[in-house]
Write a protein that binds this ligand. Structure first.
Ligand SMILES: [Zn+2]
Length: 54
């Protein structure tokens, strides 16, 4: 699966909800855990936490 899109979210967000945008899929919640990036298994959208700790 290829990443179609990268969505930046706030650095303190623990989870994101993805519903697939244009193509659409059931809404899923993705947890970042200890990573700063998570990929939606349905649509391949990559969610990236903004690194504000510079
Ligand atoms: Zn998705």
């Amino acid at each position: 699966m290829e990443a179609k899109e990268i969505v930046e979210v706030a650095a303190d967000q623990q989870t994101v909800a993805c519903d697939g945008g244009r193509e659409g899929h059931p809404r899923v919640y993705l947890a970042f855990g200890d990573k700063n990036e998570v990929t939606c298994p349905y649509c391949g959208t990559v969610y990236r936490r903004k690194n504000t700790g510079r």
